[in-house]
Design a protein around this ligand. Structure first.
Ligand SMILES: [Cu+2]
Length: 155
């Protein structure tokens, strides 16, 4: 019997089709701010999406602004990126990476692509001047682009 699916494969297929169809409603208390201190408070981080969109499946770049707590740009930081859809258990379809520092304390995050609407998280691990810290940003992607925090609170 060559064509019989093994049980784990069958379960995985059912589970993944369930996850895709049950898109999930993001938690209502999700913090959608694009600017906040890193988790241990070592840096102030601001995420800047493209001015327009981005549309689903459109490859694009963000700018990541890293400052000290008193507002001075943090240059020469090493920033790692990870993220995905917490409710779907998958990552980005691409490998977004911090590629370069475009201005003091401003870093380009390239290769970002949202492959579906819903809740995505963007996790940064920042190392600079002997300090390291991390932070998470939540993004709700709608068909019209990124849902801004302001439009979430204005219900
Ligand atoms: Cu997904």
């Amino acid at each position: 019997m060559k064509f019989k699916l093994s049980t784990p494969t069958a379960i995985a297929a059912v589970a993944s089709s369930f996850l895709i169809s049950a898109c999930g409603t993001p938690p209502t208390d999700l913090d959608l701010s694009l600017q906040h201190p890193s988790s241990q408070g070592k840096f102030l981080v601001r995420m800047e999406p493209p001015a327009n969109g981005p549309a689903i499946n459109q490859l694009h770049a963000w700018q990541v602004h890293v400052d000290t707590r008193d507002g001075k740009p943090v240059s020469h930081a090493t920033i790692g990126f990870d993220g995905g859809m917490p409710q779907h258990g998958h990552g980005f379809p691409t490998k977004p990476r911090i590629t370069r520092e475009v201005a003091p304390g401003v870093y380009s995050l390239e290769g970002v692509k949202f492959s579906m609407t819903g809740w995505w998280d963007m996790r940064l691990a920042i190392q600079a001047g002997g300090d390291s810290d991390q932070t998470v940003f939540n993004v709700i992607v709608a068909d019209s682009g990124i849902q801004r925090a302001a439009s979430v609170t204005a219900k």
